[in-house]
Design a binder for this molecule. Structure first.
Ligand code: COA
Length: 163
């Protein structure tokens, strides 16, 4: 039987990512992203491939914000396969990528604080992320009344000698 696996996003995934984000945004959980934004940032995305040739069933993106600082965005696992460990895999894919890039501080803005806590993130004040505010938040419809929780993880360089 085929098993879902994580891979980098490809052009054929964009419309499915768009749909996943739209579904969550109508529930107020995530911000929608336009197709233009998704094409521009396609290289940031990891996707959860079902392994059976069907459409992807999850995604995550690592977006570089500043020197040594990146954000996990657009994390979604399709409802049909939640609580199967795939959310964790999508977060780990972002953290591995950050490590490869030499980025050791990764944050997210989320309502899923309990999930991120389990991945080692800790809640921080949004004031410790000023670059995020300059770059993105000012353009968000929720600004400045953002009720998302800022969570940060500091990871260690890979000391295996491989990158
Ligand atoms: C958040 C989300 C990505 C989690 O995906 P998932 O595949 O269900 O998560 P996993 O199965 O990998 O869970 C990993 C661990 O977190 C726990 N967990 C998962 N969702 C949780 C939640 N909402 N609250 C508390 N714990 C949660 C799991 O029980 C598991 O715990 P364990 O390590 O003790 O077994 C998924 O619920 C989702 O897509 N939500 C809608 C979109 C969203 O809110 N994204 C986050 C925006 S930043």
């Amino acid at each position: 039987m085929s098993e879902p696996f994580i891979r980098k996003a490809q052009m054929r995934d964009v419309k499915v990512i768009h749909h996943l984000l739209l579904t969550c945004s109508t529930q107020g959980i995530l911000l929608p992203r336009s197709l233009t934004q998704l094409y521009n940032s396609l290289r940031e995305f990891n996707v959860l491939d079902p392994g059976d040739g069907g459409d992807i069933i999850g995604c995550s993106a690592l977006s570089i914000v500043w020197d040594g600082l990146a954000e996990i965005r657009s994390l979604i696992v399709d409802e049909s396969v939640r609580r199967g460990g795939y959310g964790r895999m999508l977060v780990e894919a972002c953290l591995d990528e950050a490590r490869t890039l030499g980025i050791y501080k990764i944050f997210t803005l989320t309502y899923q604080d309990a999930f991120f806590q389990k991945q080692g993130f800790v809640e921080v004040s949004k004031e410790v992320l000023p670059q995020k505010i300059w770059a993105d938040c000012v353009n968000c419809p929720k600004f400045p009344e953002c009720d998302e929780i800022a969570m940060l993880i500091e990871i260690q360089p890979d000391d295996s000698g491989e990158s």
